[in-house]
Design a protein around this ligand. Structure first.
Ligand SMILES: O=C(O)C(=O)C[C@]1(C(=O)O)C=C[C@@H](O)C=C1
Length: 361
């Protein structure tokens, strides 16, 4: 699959002067709830009503969705508000029911994206339709798995495609429910600039107080749309209560968010940017020189260790460096998260260098 302008045709057809907004409850709970939320979202920037019908949960025993009945409620909501509809499908039976109930856009969940078998089954079930399919990132931070699912659908002749960034599971606890790992969707945009990219801030955040910030970051990174979980009474939602916001809050967010353009024709802007970019280039070259110097020292350490048959990994020393660098970084405005990532990468490269020295004949 190659990048093509046509990849964004389905999105362009919306003819919007703002990002595509998909909103609605985490789960369809009752007909009244679905219709009520849809009505509150009508006459706003929202174009598509979302609701989970089948809810794959991490652990059994939680509310697992109302099932096919909810699709009828979405149909009613669509008739009453004119909003398009979207839901998650996780197997061919879901696809069949969604098609029967005139769901406009289908999305594939993070736990499904990881399975090429199920993606193929879903692709087969969609053959011959022109439905738009949005593929959420897989739970694990793996861009090729994500793009593999998209490609599989594309090869099965499903051409109206997009991706949803919902964050990635992490072993270490952070302030997010799912780590954004912005680098992955940035890489994805590099490879497929015309594949519509939508942020799901609700699943990244897991809590409502950082949703606005996530949405703004996405718009700063040229995302094409937002999919936000929205409930008329979030605290009493049957699933994911902590991360849902009211329709009124979302409508206010859409007023407050700054929509960025990718370029500006202003000469003054271009001059300033060029000047600053030249400075960045110089700084980057310094970084490379410094890193190369550090690795040459590491090679020397490797030789000394090899002579004495001492192990490459020195945990005590490594922890000292990490602790010191976090403190140093803090003083010059570098986040702990960044310093940890940077120095873990530097340490790994240093180990690779010493391994090479150790293994050299
Ligand atoms: O201090 C050492 O022993 C090194 O080999 C250097 C270094 C590093 O790159 O900072 C590399 C490996 C060790 O685990 C600790 C630190």
């Amino acid at each position: 699959m190659e990048n093509k302008k046509e990849l964004r045709n389905w999105l362009d057809e919306f003819n919007l002067d703002h990002p595509l907004v998909i909103a609605g409850p985490c789960s369809a709970e009752t007909e009244e709830q679905v219709v009520k939320i849809a009505k509150q979202l009508k006459d706003s920037d929202v174009s598509v009503l979302r609701a989970g019908i089948w809810k794959p949960r991490t652990r059994p025993g939680n509310f697992e969705g109302v099932g096919a009945l909810g699709l009828k409620w979405m149909k009613t909501a669509k008739e009453e508000t004119g909003l398009l509809t979207t839901t998650e499908v996780a197997n061919p039976n879901h696809v069949e029911l969604a098609l029967e109930n005139d769901v406009d856009i289908l999305w594939i969940g993070a736990r499904t994206t990881v399975s090429p078998f199920i993606i193929q089954e879903i692709a087969d079930a969609l053959k011959g339709t022109n439905k738009t399919v949005l593929v959420k990132n897989p739970v694990n931070p793996d861009l090729s798995l994500w793009l593999g699912a998209v490609e599989r659908l594309y090869t099965a002749d499903i051409k109206n495609l997009g991706v949803i960034h919902r964050g990635f599971s992490a072993y270490e606890k952070t302030k997010y429910r799912n780590n954004p790992e912005w680098q992955i969707p940035i890489d994805l945009q590099n490879r497929f600039p015309d594949l519509p990219l939508i942020l799901d801030p609700s699943h990244i955040a897991g809590r409502r107080d950082i949703i606005f910030d996530l949405c703004q970051t996405a718009l700063d990174l040229n995302y094409d749309g937002l999919m936000v979980e929205t409930h008329h009474d979030p605290d009493n939602a049957w699933s994911d209560a902590a991360q849902q916001i009211t329709p009124a809050t979302l409508i206010q967010f859409m007023k407050d968010l700054k929509i960025r353009k990718e370029i500006s024709e202003s000469v003054d802007f271009q001059n300033k940017l060029n000047n600053l970019r030249a400075q960045i280039d110089v700084a980057d070259n310094h970084l490379i020189d410094l890193l190369a110097k550090r690795m040459r020292i590491s090679d020397e350490i490797g030789k000394v260790k090899k002579d004495q048959n001492v192990s490459v990994l020195q945990t005590k020393r490594w922890n000292e460096i990490l602790g010191n660098m976090v403190l140093e970084g803090e003083q010059v405005g570098l986040s702990e998260e960044f310093i940890l990532r940077l120095f873990k990468a530097v340490h790994q490269e240093s180990i690779n260098h010493q391994e090479k020295v150790m293994k050299a004949k």
